[in-house]
Design a protein. Structure first.
Length: 669
C-alpha cells in the first residue's frame, strides 16, 4: 500500500504497482482508509467512563491519570491472582509488532491468563497441520497457470481480491472455475459452475469426490505410493461415500458430484507426466467452510485431494488455504514467554468469552475474571452468543480497558478507552496467509491527536507496573527487525516494502511435507495419540439441517461485502454502500412464511432474536438464510446483530468457533 502525504496529511492510499500480488489495486474497503483515519468520530484522547456500562458516556482524561489508575487497579488484582486479568485481542491489526509484540511481553510478565486466539481460522489451521504438516500450500501466483480452479468456501471477489486476479488470468486462458459455497456469491456468479451445498457438509462432498476418483481409477498411483501415509485406510472410508449418499447429506444432486469428480479426475498426473490430460488442478479454500462442527475434518479431507491425483507435481496444482506457515516468525523473541518465569497461567478461549465472563471462581476454572484488556478486537460485536457476551461486559465488578480507534460496541462497556494509532501512523511488519511476501508497514503520518501505538501504551503501562526489564524499552523499529531475524533482509524491506520468501515453486512435487513422516498424512498418528480418529471423516453439524422442527433453517453469516468483519462498519461511504443489516432468503422459504421482500423480519432461536430487513434473491438456496455481518450492534434495529443467534460450541479440531453451524426460524416482524 502506498500513501500520498501532502503537508503532513494523508490524502490518498493506493495499491503498490511494484508489488506483484497487489499490482496497484486495493479492495474497496482498504481504499477508503484515509476516510477511516480522519473520521470525525475517531477517539483521539483517553476517555473515562462516567455513565453506566454500555451507555457510552465518557469524559476525557489525561494519559497520566488514565495509565496511573489502570496500573493501580491491575496491581491490586494481580496481588490476589494475576490470572484474574484477561487479555482479549485478535486481528484488528495483523501486524507482528502492534499485535502481540509488546503486549505479549506485558501479559507474560504480569502472569495474566492466556488467550486461545481461535475466532477465525484455528479449525482449518489444525486440519492443515495434521495433513500437510503446517499452514502451507501452493503459491498463489501459480493459480494463473491452472486449468481447473475449485474455489471452495470463499467469496474471493469480496475477500481475496489478489487471488481473484490470478484466477481471472487462468479463466481467460481457458481454465474452468467451479465455486463450492452454500451462497451464490458474487464469486459464484463469475464461475462456470456453482455447487450450493448445505453448510457443514463439505467433508461429505470431499469423500464422495474421492470415491469417484477410486472407482473410475482417476488416481496417481505412483504419487500415492511414494508420498502419502494411510492410503489403504482412506480408500476404504471413501468407498463408503457414493454420490447418492453424499448428495442426500449435502442437499445437492448426485450428478453434480459426479461431474465435479470427473473434472478433477481429468487432471490426474502420473509418474511419466507432470500434469493430467486436462492440465493442473488447483483448489483455493477459504475459512467459511471450517466454521462448523466438522470444520477441521473437512479441511483435512479437501487438503488430501491433490495427493490423490498427483496435483502437487505441478507448480499450478495443489491446494491453498493458508501460507502463514511459510513465515519463520520469531514469536518467542517478540513476545518473551520466558517472562512467565515458570508460571503456567490458565488459558481462556476467545470464542467462549460469553460464558467465561459469567463464570464464578472455582477450582476448575480458577479466579473469576476481574479485569479485561481489549485491543485489536471488538468482542461485543464479533463473539458468538452475544447476549451472554453483553451480560459479561456489563458486570459492574469487571474492570475493562479498550485500546481503540472508535467507540465501538465493546468500547461502550469500557472503564477506559485508550486511543490507538492506525496503520498509517505506526511501524509494523506483516506476514501473510494468501501469498508468501513479508511486508513492512512504515508510518506515513504522525499519530493524530493523543493516539499512541499499542506498543507504546503497553510500554508505559509496564513502567507504571514497575516492570523494569530492558525488553520493555525496545523501540518499534527494533521489534520490526527482530520479528524475522535473519530469515528476511530488513534492509530490503526498508528499500521496497516487501520481500518474497525463498521457496520451491512446487514444494511437494516429491513429497517432503513438513509432517512427522514427511508424507501427506491421510492417517494422523498425532490425532490417534490424542484418542481421536486418525482418519478424517464427515462430522455432522452440532445443529444439523432439518434436525429441529422449531428452527428449520440453517443460517450462515458471511461478511458483508463492504466490511472486514466489524472493521469499516462506521466508515460512512462503505456503510452507505452496504445499506443496512440484511437477511438473504430464498423466495420459497419466504412464501411459506408469508414474508415479503424488503420487509422487516424476526430471526430467532433459543439463544436470542435479531430483527432486520429481508432480501429475497437468488443468492440463498432453499433451507439456508444468510445474515450478512458483522454490523456493529448499535446500527441494528434493536441494538443486536447476527451473533445474537450464533453459539459458543467449538469445532472438532482447533477449538474454533462454529458461526455457520446455526439453526434459526424466521417470521415476519
Amino acid at each position: 500500500m502506498l500513501t500520498t502525504v501532502e503537508n503532513g496529511v494523508a490524502v490518498k492510499v493506493q495499491g503498490n504497482p511494484n508489488h506483484p500480488h497487489t499490482d496497484g489495486a486495493l479492495c474497496a474497503k482498504v481504499s477508503r482508509y484515509t476516510e477511516r483515519t480522519y473520521h470525525p468520530e475517531r477517539t483521539l484522547q483517553p476517555m473515562k467512563r462516567v455513565g453506566t456500562k454500555g451507555s457510552g458516556q465518557f469524559e476525557p482524561v489525561s494519559w497520566d491519570e488514565a495509565l496511573g489508575d489502570i496500573a493501580n487497579r491491575l496491581k491490586a488484582i494481580a496481588a490476589q491472582d494475576p490470572q484474574a486479568i484477561q487479555p482479549y485481542s485478535y486481528a484488528g491489526t495483523m501486524g507482528l509488532v502492534q499485535g502481540e509484540g509488546m503486549a505479549g511481553r506485558f501479559f507474560n510478565k504480569l502472569g495474566a491468563s492466556m488467550l486461545e486466539r481461535t475466532i477465525c481460522a484455528s479449525a482449518g489451521g489444525a486440519g492443515l497441520v495434521h495433513t500437510l504438516g503446517a499452514k502451507v500450500g501452493m503459491r498463489v501466483e501459480f493459480f494463473a497457470e491452472a486449468k481447473l480452479i475449485i474455489i471452495w468456501g470463499s467469496n474471493s471477489i469480496t475477500s481475496n481480491l489478489h487471488f481473484w486476479r490470478y484466477a481471472n488470468q487462468a479463466k481467460r486462458a481457458g481454465a474452468k472455475l467451479i465455486c463450492i459455497d452454500p451462497r451464490k456469491s458474487e464469486t459464484a456468479d463469475k464461475c462456470h459452475a456453482h455447487i450450493a451445498l448445505l453448510p457443514g457438509t463439505d467433508g461429505a462432498l470431499a469423500l464422495s469426490i474421492m470415491q469417484q476418483l477410486v472407482v473410475n481409477d482417476r488416481l496417481d498411483h505412483d504419487y500415492l505410493a511414494r508420498y502419502t501415509l494411510g492410503w489403504a485406510q482412506l480408500r476404504e472410508r471413501a468407498l463408503q461415500w457414493p454420490p447418492e449418499r453424499a448428495a442426500a447429506v449435502c442437499g445437492i444432486e448426485a450428478a453434480q458430484i459426479e461431474a465435479l469428480a470427473r473434472d478433477y479426475g481429468a487432471c490426474a498426473a502420473s509418474a511419466s507426466q507432470s500434469t493430467g490430460a486436462q492440465g493442473p488442478a488447483a483448489i483455493r479454500m477459504n475459512y467459511g467452510l471450517q466454521r462448523v462442527h466438522g470444520g477441521g475434518n473437512a479441511v483435512r479431507l479437501i487438503a488430501m485431494l491433490p495427493a490423490l491425483i498427483g496435483a502437487w507435481r505441478h507448480r499450478a496444482g495443489g491446494v491453498l488455504l493458508s501460507s502463514s506457515g511459510a513465515f519463520a516468525v520469531q514469536r518467542a523473541k517478540l513476545e518473551r514467554p520466558d517472562l512467565l518465569a515458570g508460571r503456567t497461567p490458565r488459558t481462556i478461549n476467545m470464542t467462549t468469552i460469553g460464558n467465561d465472563l459469567l463464570r464464578p471462581a472455582s477450582p476448575e476454572f480458577g479466579p473469576k475474571v476481574a479485569a479485561l484488556i481489549v485491543y485489536n478486537s471488538n468482542p461485543v460485536a464479533i463473539a458468538p452468543d452475544s447476549a451472554k457476551v453483553v451480560a459479561g461486559f456489563a458486570r459492574e465488578d469487571l474492570f475493562t480497558v479498550v485500546l481503540e480507534h472508535f467507540q465501538t460496541d465493546t468500547a461502550d462497556y469500557a472503564d477506559y478507552i485508550l486511543p490507538a494509532t492506525t496503520q498509517l501512523e505506526h511501524w509494523d511488519v506483516h506476514s501473510s496467509y494468501g501469498h508468501t511476501d513479508a511486508l513492512l508497514n512504515r508510518p506515513a503520518i504522525a499519530p493524530l491527536g493523543q493516539a499512541k501505538p499499542n506498543t507504546q501504551i503497553f510500554r508505559e503501562l509496564a513502567a507504571r507496573m514497575g516492570f523494569d526489564e530492558p525488553c520493555f524499552q525496545d523501540t518499534d523499529e527494533a521489534l520490526c527487525r527482530l520479528a524475522y531475524g535473519d530469515a528476511v533482509d530488513f534492509n530490503a524491506l526498508l528499500e521496497k516494502g516487501f520481500v518474497t520468501l525463498p521457496m520451491s515453486e512446487a514444494p511437494f512435487a516429491q513429497g517432503n511435507f513438513p509432517t512427522p513422516s514427511g508424507q501427506c498424512e491421510f492417517f494422523s498418528q498425532r490425532l490417534a495419540d490424542r484418542g481421536l480418529d486418525g482418519l478424517p471423516d464427515h462430522v455432522p453439524n452440532h445443529e444439523a439441517a432439518h434436525s429441529s422442527k422449531a428452527y428449520p433453517l440453517a443460517m450462515i453469516s458471511p461478511p458483508a461485502r463492504n466490511f472486514l468483519n466489524s472493521t469499516f462498519v462506521n466508515v460512512t461511504s462503505l456503510r452507505n454502500s452496504e445499506g443496512e443489516p440484511l437477511l438473504e432468503m430464498h423466495p420459497v422459504n419466504a412464501a411459506a412464511r408469508q414474508i415479503q421482500d424488503g420487509s422487516t423480519v424476526r430471526v430467532f432461536n433459543a439463544r436470542g432474536e435479531h430483527r432486520c430487513r429481508v432480501s429475497l434473491n437468488h443468492r440463498a438456496r432453499v433451507g439456508v438464510v444468510h445474515g450478512l455481518g458483522v454490523w456493529w450492534r448499535k446500527f441494528g434495529l434493536d441494538g443486536t446483530n447476527v451473533n445474537q443467534l450464533t453459539s459458543q460450541a467449538l469445532t472438532d479440531l482447533g477449538n474454533g468457533p462454529t458461526f455457520y453451524d446455526c439453526l434459526v426460524e424466521v417470521q415476519a416482524a
